[in-house]
Ligand binder design. Sequence first.
Ligand SMILES: NC(=O)c1ccc[n+]([C@@H]2O[C@H](COP(=O)([O-])OP(=O)(O)OC[C@H]3O[C@@H](n4cnc5c(N)ncnc54)[C@H](OP(=O)(O)O)[C@@H]3O)[C@@H](O)[C@H]2O)c1
Length: 388
Amino acid sequence: MSKGIAVLGSTGSIGRQTLEVCKAYPEQLKPVALTAMRNIELLEEQIREYKPQVVVVGDKDLGKLLKERVAGLPVSVYGGNEYLVEAVTHPHVHTVVTAVSGAVGLLPTLAAIRAGKTIALANKETLVAAGELVMEAVATHNTPLLPVDSEHSALFQCMEGNRREDIHKLILTASGGPFRGWTIEQLQEVSPQQALKHPRWNMGAKITIDSATLMNKGLEVIEAKHLFGIDYDHIEVVVHPQSIVHSMVKYKDGSILAQMGTADMRLPIQYALTWPERWEGGPNSQLDLLQLGSLTFETPDWEVFPALSLAYHAGRTGGTMPTVLNGANEEAVHAFLQGRIRFPAIVEIVAKVMEKHKVIQKPDLEAILAADRESRKKASEWIARYIS
Ligand SMILES: NC(=O)c1ccc[n+]([C@@H]2O[C@H](COP(=O)([O-])OP(=O)(O)OC[C@H]3O[C@@H](n4cnc5c(N)ncnc54)[C@H](OP(=O)(O)O)[C@@H]3O)[C@@H](O)[C@H]2O)c1
């Protein structure tokens, strides 16, 4: 029997690769619902190729336009993100791949969890913004939550068959991004084009900038804390420029288990869709150890990349602080991509917004959404000050 898949963000980097995995297994994996924000050209192609039953376009006007273009095809097209909930809770959906970028993934992810769908989570911002709420919902509804992020997929795989209480620490690997080895002075003049050139991974713009500031690794530390229930003192980050070891788990006897693979997101995506089984991987998933030569590991440069300590601080503070870290970061990254602020200002602005935030511990959904809105507003104010 085939498994119905909803892809939130099907036109993005993870979304497109998810559909490639579905294409490799047409009998077993059936895209039922696809969503995007604006890219209706690609959505139309995807509708014609994958024949989903439901499609949501975040932009309402573009949703109308797409509806006209595919009139006559057996697909329901909706305009507006409020319909994301329809997409993920469709009765034929078994697994929801959350591949949107940003905290916009939160509400549909919660709806999917409550509807008992399996979640293949790529959208780390959701867990950063509302980790406790999401994990509580997962526990209440007994929903499988499978990591897609390569580091968390690696940790998950290194934990299988082992006891949680035997874990000493999680070791997240980071490529170091395009500016590994740079000085604070050199980072002043970085352009969006330079920051968008990741040495190992080809990803969407937001995560690529986060990888350049190392905020991505900070967000992943918070994601790991929530996914695996390990406290921050036992989550370490090491820079591993080759991006072959995707992360490691150290056990209390001193053993370290590592998961290795090519830098190809189709591998963790496929594992999340086929778990607990392993299916044949594509030609790009075959790692040739003899060709690798050597693997190296080094300490991150905490001074040049302060985003990492800021994320640990937000995580340890808890409550609404990670929500604020995430919201302010999304706004600042957006401003940098538009050429409105300099590269180092991204993290400076996040720090300034966090500094003034009055944390609410144990926030409910309303408090999370309010903190998210407030952090974006404050970040926009700081962005305006940086420009003037
Ligand atoms: N790319 C990777 O290799 C990778 C690896 C690990 C984790 N992740 C995580 O996976 C998520 C997606 O990353 P990505 O690189 O695939 O991003 P991406 O290429 O930018 O794609 C984002 C997708 O989300 C849609 N979208 C953007 N803003 C939206 C909004 N406000 N409302 C509804 N839909 C929206 C986009 O639609 P349009 O195309 O119409 O704009 C697109 O389909 C992120 O959370 C990222 O951290 C990515």
